[in-house]
Each structure stands twice: as structure tokens, then as C-alpha cells.
Design a protein around this ligand. Structure first.
Ligand code: ATP
Ligand code: MG
Length: 652
């Protein structure tokens, strides 16, 4: 971004008060903000006491060597014990922990007592394979319960897991295995994807052939393919090794700062970074935010997070947060359109889901498919809806609340990152008067603000960079094996502050609006304009389902706004419509934000976690060779888009 701060263009006047019944019984009330403000460390020490410690911590934060933080450093705990055993000991062994719904329609309910046995057996099995405290284990799995069991088994014996999303290639897997120096890989023969078995084990074999040295591959049988290749001595079936183990396993207590996992960021902006999270602080914040932001009532709620366990959302809000809180949750293996476009709503209806956590990319897809699909299902059990992953366009927010939440549920837009480990900025469903499209306020105990180029806090109404001004319990501790990159990436742009890499603005009330990545901000005729705001303006037109906006080099304006749009089902592509969309953006945001070109396309390039990859669209708009496409879900999308590019740009 240049010296000019981010233009504040989008006006959103709609407001949604918390439902009275939810507010009356909310887990967390407005008072939490005051308490945390008066004594931030005391507040986090109190949240840490929600966990069960083998040795209670007496220190809260050691920040004597910034940016290397230690939280609850003299405490000891076992993360898996906190997620499983303690619920059984408290008499909740019969409570369902996981309602598993397989893509082909098979289902399985796993109670906390059963989960305890499974995790204990898997911990014994990993020990038998030679895995010890301090080792790393790579996990390359579909969305099946064994994935959570494998993660918890690692945590139980003090080995750090590195989950690699099952959609990644053998190359991506190989570099991640090598970077973390994993001793064992846990995988499966395959998983179900869009109605067919999709193999995983061959990618592990390839990764090892490419030089990723591991001692053992532990293989879960999910799809039962017969022609699976096998290396005797190295490869071991899960059902042969794990099922026969003892269900007794005594969890050892580890230091609060013992490594829990490494997770590579999704690679939207460049080479993935191995983000290291540790035990006590991470679990404290994952559990607290899950309790506060979703208002989780473990006795009655049925929670469902639709993310893949391969992303941080799956780590913190499928495995660690919900299980630490003793929640009952749904885990779904497949995609939203298999076998039909109502699959998600069928699952909500089947299990009586009360809390749903999904991503803007999914919500925009549901909008595109049409309101009539969710309308066919009974969604009346829902009481809180969450969003994560990208800024949510106000129109998508309102659609979500109306068509999924029956115009009754709060929507919590949760801003956080792999690096932050847990939610940082979000409304609270029983407290906050919600504004569609804004994550609004740092959670109690979190300090975030928006600064300009000189690190000065911007006044209300101003825009700039999102920064975190105080350490938080679930913060990353470093980039695995690269302390210097950790310092350079996050702590060098603004002295003493964590730079998140995202642009943001404060509105007149001081509420925070995320405006996309700083790299994506456009500079048009001397004004910084956020891609997010122009995209939201486009999506607010009834003919547009989805939009991606980039700034392309332009002789007169420095950068010109180029928009790629996906039209809604019934809208027909025409020059008139393109003109209308340009005028609509002009009317919504002001003439400066009018796109120079608008290109209707069938698909947008997205990362495997569903985020729009604007840098590739910028390459297209500037007629350049495409950059790295390996983290794309489907690289043929880019050929389609390139073939659509008209020779001469349309002028006003
Ligand atoms: P990489 O860092 O490798 O480019 P990534 O940033 O996509 O990958 P994640 O850690 O999964 O990997 O994503 C965090 C980013 O997602 C945030 O920095 C922000 O840009 C975006 N994001 C997540 N949630 C929200 C939200 N509620 N509102 C706005 N942006 C969000
Ligand atoms: Mg990032």
C-alpha cells in the first residue's frame, strides 16, 4: 500500500440485534470485554483454568524475548486428556463426540468413551512404531474419524502432527514431510470424493519415492481398493496394528510450551510456511473462543464445522476446540453437491444441527444454486451461524442469515489465521449488534487495531493495515525451523506489532472491516481501493453470484480495476449487463471504483481451501505468464479464463 490510506467506500447500514433468548442465556456477556480490558493476563489465566492441568500454571505470559512468547510456561497438561478422557471421567462417556457422515451415506456415531479407547489404542500403536515425544508425524487423510483419532494420538504421546490436506499432490506432501522431518505418515487407501473413491496412498508412495524419508506408513482402510501397492516392513494397516492394541494408555503431562502441531499455511500468497503451535495457550484460546463465539452448550448443541481437518479451521474448530469443550459434532466426508445440491441441508436436518460454521465461498455457491434448495429442508434447529476464510460480502451474509438462519440466527464473521491459531476478531452472538460484512471487534483478551504506513492507529473512519498489538495465547511460536522468517514476515513491518498481512478499516463506531490481503489492494489514480469492497458491490447486484477483482497496470491511472464475475443461474451475459454492473459499482462505491473491465467467467481460480487467488487473475489481466498454480483446486480454470480475455479493453 502507498502512503494514501485505504479509501473507505462501502456503506452498509443494515443492523441485526442479538436474539433476546440467546442474549439472556449467553455463555459470554458484554462484561467479559470489561474484565479482559482491566486485566488481560488475569482474564487469560482464568480461561486457562477451564482446562484440566496436571500442574497448574502460576505464570501467564513470558514476553521477555519478543516475538518469542511463552504462555502458562510452568504448567503441564496433556491435550488429548483434555479433549477426551476428562469428559469420560466427568460422566459424559455416553455423549456422542462425533456423528460421522460418509459421502456415500454411511454413518457412525462415536461416543466420548469410544473415542477414548480409539485414541488410547492409536497412541499405543504409534509408540510401537517407534514414535516418541518430540517426533513429528505427517497425517494425509480424508475427512474420517480416524483423522481426528490420529491427531489426538499424536498429542497424547507428545509427537507433533503435521496434517497435510488430502487434496494436495505428492510433491506438496513430499516437501511438507521433508520440512518437518516426519518419522511416520498416517494415511488411508483413499476417501470418497464426488461419488467415487479417490486414492491417497499412491501419493504417499510417490512422496517417499521423491525422497521424503519416513520409517513407516500407517494406512487406514476406507475405500477398500484392491490394487493397493504395499512395501513390506514399511507399510502397516491401521486395523491390523491399532485394533489389537490395549485401550489402556496413561497420558503423560507435557509442558504447556511443548509443540502440538505444525501446519503449513494454505499458500494463497506464496511458499507455505510451517506454522508451529504449542499446547497450553493454543488449547486455552481454541476452547474459549469456541465456547464464547458459538455460545456452545455441550449438553444440547449439535455443532458442525464444514472445513477440512487439513486446514487450521479443522484443527481448532473440529478437533481441539469442540472436543476440549465436550461438544457433540457432525463430521462430513464429502462435498456439498454430492449426491445433490441440498446435501448440507439434509445433514443439518438429519442431525438437528444447531451451530454451523462454514466459509464465504460455500455460501456464495449456495446463493448461486438458488434459494429453493435450502427451502426444501427443515433448518429450524439452527441457532448460530459462523463464517471464516475470507471477508464475507454483506449480500452473502444477509443471504446466509435469511435462507439458512430463517432470519433469526446471529451470523458471526470470525477473522483469524493459521498463525493466530484461534479466532481473534468476531462478534459475540449474545452481545453484538451485527453488521453484515464486518468482523467488528477483537474478542475479549485480544488487542487488534488498524494502523497507517507510519504505524499510527487510524481514527474511526480510516483505513490501513490490521495489526495485533499484544501477544495472545494461541499465537504461533515460530515458523518451523526458520525463526528469522518468523521475525521478518510478521514482526518487522511495524515495530513491536504483529502484522497480519490484511488490509482493514475502522468504521465510525470503531468496528473493524477486513478488506482482503494487503497484496491485493489496488492503487487507482492515487487512491488505495480494496478488492473486497468492489467485489462486495458487484455481489450486491442481483445478477452476480461471485466476483474477483484485481488491479492491472494502467498507463493513465496507475492501476485499473479489472473484475471477473460469475453470473447467477438465470442472468445472461451481454454488453448491456456489463455496463449495468459498472454503473452499479459506481453508484454503490463512487465513480473512482468503477471497474475498467468486467469479464463474465464460469469459474474463478481458488485455493484448495476455497479462497480466490487474485495474483493469478492479475497475471491474466496484465498478460503475463501465470505464477505458481500448484495450490489451485483446478488449474484448467485458468485456461478457460485466459481464453475469454478480449483483445481490446472496453472504455467508458
Ligand atoms: P498464505 O498465508 O499461505 O497465503 P492463507 O493466508 O490463505 O495462506 P489461512 O491462514 O488459512 O491461510 O488464512 C488466513 C487469511 O484468511 C487471513 O489472513 C485473511 O486474509 C483471510 N480471512 C480469514 N477469515 C477471514 C474473515 N472472517 N474475514 C476476512 N478475511 C479472513
Ligand atoms: Mg496467510
Amino acid at each position: 500500500m502507498s502512503n494514501e490510506s485505504l479509501a473507505n467506500l462501502l456503506k452498509e447500514e443494515r443492523r441485526f440485534a442479538p436474539p433476546a433468548d440467546l442474549a439472556a442465556h449467553a455463555n459470554v456477556t458484554a462484561e467479559a470485554y470489561e474484565r479482559a480490558k482491566a486485566d488481560r493476563l488475569g482474564f487469560w489465566a482464568e480461561q486457562a483454568r477451564r482446562l484440566t492441568w496436571a500442574t497448574e500454571p502460576t505464570e501467564t505470559l513470558d514476553w521477555s524475548n519478543p516475538p518469542f512468547a511463552k504462555w502458562f510456561a510452568d504448567g503441564k497438561l496433556n491435550v488429548a486428556y483434555n479433549c477426551v478422557d476428562r469428559h469420560v471421567e466427568a460422566g459424559h462417556g455416553d455423549r456422542v463426540a462425533i456423528h460421522f457422515e460418509g459421502e456415500p451415506g454411511d454413518s457412525r456415531a462415536i461416543t466420548y468413551a469410544e473415542l477414548k479407547d480409539e485414541v488410547s489404542k492409536a497412541a499405543n500403536a504409534l509408540t510401537e512404531l517407534g514414535v516418541q515425544k518430540g517426533d513429528r508425524v505427517a497425517i494425509y487423510m480424508p475427512m474420517i474419524p480416524e483423522t481426528a483419532v490420529a491427531m489426538l494420538a499424536c498429542a497424547r504421546i507428545g509427537a507433533a502432527h503435521s496434517v497435510v490436506f488430502g487434496g494436495f499432490s505428492a510433491d506438496a506432501l513430499a516437501t511438507r514431510i521433508q520440512d518437518a522431518d516426519a518419522k511416520v505418515v498416517i494415511t488411508s487407501d483413499g476417501g470418497y470424493r464426488r461419488g467415487k473413491p479417490s486414492a491417497l496412498k499412491p501419493a504417499v508412495d510417490d512422496a517417499i519415492a521423491k525422497g521424503a524419508g519416513v520409517e513407516h506408513v500407517l494406512v487406514v482402510r476406507r475405500t477398500g481398493q484392491e490394487d493397493i501397492s504395499w512395501t513390506e516392513g514399511r507399510d502397516v494397516w491401521w486395523h491390523e496394528l491399532v485394533d489389537g492394541q490395549s485401550a489402556e494408555h496413561t497420558p503423560e503431562a507435557f509442558d504447556a510450551e511443548h509443540p502440538l502441531f505444525i501446519l503449513y499455511t494454505s499458500g494463497t500468497t506464496g511458499k507455505p510456511k510451517g506454522i508451529l503451535h504449542t499446547s497450553g495457550g493454543y488449547l486455552t484460546q481454541a476452547a474459549y473462543t469456541h465456547h464464547a463465539v458459538f455460545d456452545l452448550k455441550p449438553e444440547t448443541d449439535v455443532y458442525w464445522c464444514t472445513a477440512d481437518v487439513g486446514w487450521v479451521t479443522g484443527h481448532s474448530y473440529i478437533v481441539y476446540g469442540p472436543l476440549a469443550n465436550g461438544a457433540t459434532q457432525v463430521m462430513y466426508e464429502g462435498t456439498p453437491d454430492t449426491p445433490h445440491q441440498g446435501r448440507f441441508w439434509e445433514i443439518v436436518q438429519k442431525y438437528g444441527v444447531t451451530i454451523l460454521y462454514t466459509a464465504p465461498t460455500a455460501i456464495r455457491t449456495f446463493m448461486k444454486w438458488g434459494d429453493d434448495i435450502p427451502a426444501k429442508f427443515d433448518l429450524s434447529s439452527l441457532r448460530v451461524l459462523g463464517s471464516v476464510g475470507e471477508p464475507i460480502n454483506p449480500e452473502a451474509w444477509v443471504w446466509y442469515r435469511k435462507n439458512i438462519g430463517g432470519d433469526r440466527t446471529p451470523v458471526v464473521d470470525t477473522w483469524w489465521q493459521t498463525e493466530t491459531g484461534a479466532m481473534m476478531i468476531s462478534p459475540l452472538p449474545g452481545v453484538t449488534e451485527a453488521k453484515p460484512g464486518s468482523a467488528q471487534r477483537p474478542l475479549p483478551g485480544i488487542s487488534a487495531t488498524v494502523v497507517d504506513d507510519e504505524a499510527n492507529e487510524v481514527p474511526n473512519g480510516g483505513g490501513g493495515y490490521l495489526v495485533l498489538t499484544e501477544p495472545w495465547p494461541s499465537m504461533l511460536r515460530t515458523i518451523w525451523g526458520d525463526d528469522q522468517r518468523f521475525i521478518d514476515t510478521y514482526w518487522s513491518r511495524f515495530e513491536g506489532k504483529y502484522f497480519a498481512g490484511d488490509g482493514a478499516k475502522k468504521d465510525e463506531d470503531g468496528d473493524i472491516w477486513l478488506l482482503g490481503r494487503v497484496d491485493d489492494v489496488m492503487l487507482v489514480s492515487g487512491h488505495n481501493i480494496s478488492t473486497t469492497e468492489v467485489e462486495s458491490a458487484l455481489v450486491s447486484h442481483p445478477s452476480v453470484a461471485e466476483a474477483a477483482v484485481v488491479g492491472a497496470a494502467d498507463e493513465t491511472t496507475g492501476q485499473a480495476i479489472v473484475a471477473f464475475v460469475i453470473l447467477r443461474g438465470s442472468a445472461a451475459e451481454s454488453e448491456d449487463l456489463v455496463g449495468e454492473l459498472r454503473n452499479h459499482v459506481g453508484a454503490t462505491l463512487g465513480p473512482i471504483a468503477k471497474p475498467k473491465r468486467i469479464l463474465p467467467v464460469a469459474e474463478l481460480p481458488k485455493t484448495r481451501s476455497g479462497k480466490i487467488m487474485r495474483r493469478l487473475l492479475r497475471d491474466v489481466a496484465e498478460n503475463r505468464q501465470l505464477g505458481d498454480v500448484t495450490t489451485l483446486t483446478d488449474s484448467s480454470v485458468m485456461d478457460l479464463i485466459q481464453s475469454k480475455l478480449p483483445a481490446a479493453p472496453s472504455e467508458d
